[in-house]
Design a protein around this ligand. Structure first.
Ligand code: DAH
Length: 348
């Protein structure tokens, strides 16, 4: 009777022979063929070499060593043939047989970025929010009352000429005239119409002026208005908050000055300049205006039914483009509206 153990040992040896033959003869003429070859022989789970390794126990003890060595040799041959085929493909220059070079750096995806004006807005908003200001908004199409009259611009006051207005409709029986707002100050009025002090808001928004377009002015731009009305608000409070703001945006050592000015809706009024270092200039820099501000004129408060004996307030207004240009070193306002990706990409 033949030994069944011996029988399966013979089968295992035959399988090895068969495998060696296939390993030698398989045609490796494409990347796909090489992939299949690799899986067929080397896959840990279903590879034929693994399968054969599992059959070692079937082999008689005196043949085990040789059997193991043969399998290892077969495995080495598979690896060598794969290597040889890959080198051959790369050298052939045939792109259909190109193999991915895993050592190449990956391709980076184009990243979007926030527009410099949005970035400036975020910085400004975050700063004032940290001092307890809320964000308010108002319409871009305004009436003359909110844009001018309620802000203490008398009907024929030359101050109205300070702003070149885009008018939409002449005054009528139902409204005081419709226009594109020339500043965000009318939202001060809208806020005070709807809320009693204490009031502490900032108002970001787009404004329009019929100005000649140049490197420093555009027909539309953005402002941020600020308003704080409460009992006992003073000019010192105003100076303090503006100084804190300037330090946040332009650094701890920012140099700043208040210069007397005029706005119909504030009394006293000031303009705020920061020192812009530029060593190419004779003085090593120059003063740049960043905003207008002042104590809310009692006339404005009274016009809205707020007792100006009890309450006082400060207001300020700044151009967001100006802030963005200073902060990011942009010297022409027009590039902010051209949406040239090469420009925008620099602010990622
Ligand atoms: N509305 C002014 C402008 O557009 C800016 C401004 C100045 C706003 C003084 C204010 C302020 O609130 O108090 O030029």
């Amino acid at each position: 009777m033949s030994d069944p153990h011996n029988h399966s040992a013979e089968a295992a040896l035959a399988a090895l022979k068969e495998l060696q033959h296939e390993i030698q003869e398989s045609i490796l003429d494409s990347v796909q063929a090489v992939d299949e070859y690799r899986i067929r022989f080397l896959s840990r789970k279903q590879g034929q070499i693994t399968a054969l390794l599992k059959r070692i126990p079937e082999v008689a003890i005196e043949h085990k060593k040789l059997f193991g060595q043969e399998i290892n040799a077969a495995k080495a041959l598979v690896e060598a043939r794969i290597e040889e085929a890959m080198v051959r493909f790369v050298e052939s220059g045939d792109s259909s047989k190109q193999v991915a070079d895993l050592t190449l750096p990956g391709r980076s995806l184009a990243k979007g970025s926030l527009h410099p004006i949005s970035q400036a807005l975020r910085l400004i908003t975050r700063c004032f929010e940290s001092y307890g200001f809320e964000v308010a908004e108002g319409p871009e199409i305004e009436d003359d009352w909110h844009n001018f009259s309620a802000l203490n611009f008398p009907p024929d006051h030359p101050a109205r000429d300070m702003q070149d207005t885009f008018f939409i409709e002449a005054p009528s029986a139902v409204h005081s005239g419709i226009l594109l707002r020339t500043h965000t100050s009318p939202v001060q009025i809208r806020v005070m119409e709807n809320k009693k002090p204490p009031i502490r808001v900032i108002v970001p928004g787009r404004v329009y002026r019929n100005e000649a377009i140049s490197y420093k002015s555009y027909c539309l731009f953005h402002q941020v208005e600020g308003l704080y009305v409460d009992e006992g608000v003073t000019m010192a409070d105003l100076k303090q908050i503006i100084h804190a703001f300037a330090r946040t945006l332009f650094g701890e050592n920012v140099k700043m000055r208040f210069r007397p000015s005029f706005f119909p809706f504030t009394e006293p009024s000031a303009e705020v300049d920061i020192w812009w270092e530029d060593l190419a200039l004779p003085d090593g820099g120059r003063w740049m205006e960043i905003m207008g501000c002042g104590m809310v004129d009692p006339n404005v408060l009274e016009g809205l039914g707020i007792d100006s004996e009890k309450y006082s307030g400060y207001a300020f207004g700044m151009g967001m483009e100006r802030i963005a240009m200073l902060r990011f070193g942009i010297d022409d306002i027009r590039v902010l509206y051209e949406n040239d990706v090469r420009f925008l990409e620099q602010f990622g």
